[in-house]
Design a protein around this ligand. Structure first.
Ligand SMILES: [Mg+2]
Length: 269
């Protein structure tokens, strides 16, 4: 799939420059959470959010006229519990849940019986893989192997077994020491494009910060829309055109943007 966007001018594994200077009045900001703003923890429920980050995100969202959205593999409920920003636009479960800027939420809901059968199968699969953690997200099932990285090939095989069992309507999303079965047809790029059609995002330049394979869908949309794509971390290849070293660098970048946005003259649109 990545071959499709290989180009002479932008080798996918080239060293990437830092982000350009942002003009807050024109920015629509899209942010991944884990591995981007938050450092990874041994378990997804063990991540730490600094108080300063919550306050900064709230201030920045206001300064951007509401044009700030969170795009995560976590559920909307988890995103809100972590950040305390339930008024913000957000895509949960890689886009299977979408909350627009006006607060309206749409959710892709696979048939309950099928989900129940998938859940049972996912539990059985995880139980047979010591050290692998099953994260049940309701309509998506993630197999985390952060604590047993050598188990990658077995987890990959198990995920494909789960995909065959799930059948049409589901697809796999690989990530940083995780493989996840999720509803097909939604991804962070689709979610970003949907949000960009509406106020207050429409007419602004999309900026996307992300670290993982699931963020590549959003990077691709951002590039199509003439925006700014920023990879957090060392993973390659990527479609992103800019990079920041790690989540600490991403948080510092966000803080600088929040300061710049707070001091800009208010613009009437
Ligand atoms: Mg991430």
């Amino acid at each position: 799939m990545l071959d499709m966007i290989r180009s002479e001018t932008h080798p996918l594994d080239a060293p990437l420059p830092p982000p350009p200077q942002a003009q807050p009045a024109d920015v629509a900001l899209f942010l991944d959470l884990d591995g981007t703003l938050l450092d990874f923890a041994a378990r997804p429920d063990a991540v730490v959010v600094e108080d300063g980050l919550r306050t900064r995100l709230r201030r920045l969202r206001t300064a951007l006229g509401g044009a700030l959205a969170l795009l995560s593999g976590r559920s909307l409920q988890q995103i809100d519990a972590l950040l305390g920003l339930p008024e913000a636009a957000a895509a949960g479960l890689h886009g299977a849940e979408l909350r627009r800027a006006n607060g309206r939420v749409s959710q892709l809901r696979p048939e309950a019986e099928r989900l129940e059968a998938l859940r049972d199968r996912a539990r059985a699969i995880a139980a047979a893989l010591p050290g692998v953690l099953l994260e049940d997200k309701g309509v998506a099932f993630a197999l985390h192997y952060r604590n047993v990285p050598d188990a990658a090939p077995e987890v990959e095989r198990a995920a494909h077994e789960l995909l065959r069992f799930g059948g049409a309507g589901f697809e796999l999303q690989a990530g940083n020491r995780v493989v996840e079965l999720k509803p097909a047809g939604v991804d962070k790029g689709v979610a970003l494009a949907a949000l960009m059609l509406e106020a207050p995002f429409a007419g602004r330049v999309p900026w996307m910060l992300g670290d993982d394979l699931t963020d590549e869908h959003a990077f691709a949309r951002v590039e199509e829309l003439g925006g700014v794509s920023i990879l957090v971390g060392e993973r390659r290849p990527t479609r992103a055109r800019h990079a920041l070293a790690d989540p600490a660098a991403a948080r510092a970048w966000l803080a600088a943007l929040a300061d710049a946005a707070a001091t800009q003259p208010m613009e009437v649109r």
